[in-house]
Write a protein of this length. Sequence first.
Length: 84
Amino acid sequence: MKASNKTKVPTLDDVVIPGKEVSEINESSPVLSEVELTALGQQIEKLVQARLQSVFDKAMQQAMTEIKTHLDKKLPELIASIKK
């Protein structure tokens, strides 16, 4: 069995930091109201979703390019072997 190539997927270093502890205590500033906290949470969620979608799209595009390149190499061989 052939060893498969590994595709490196970029990580969001500014979002995911290996070894960083996330506190379980809700440490919000008393300056922000509940409505403002909810709005801030929604904005953060939208930003993270957009970043993840961007990374996913880039990875998907790279994977499709690699698949097409592989098929361009292998399909002529397969067609030739079928014709024999």
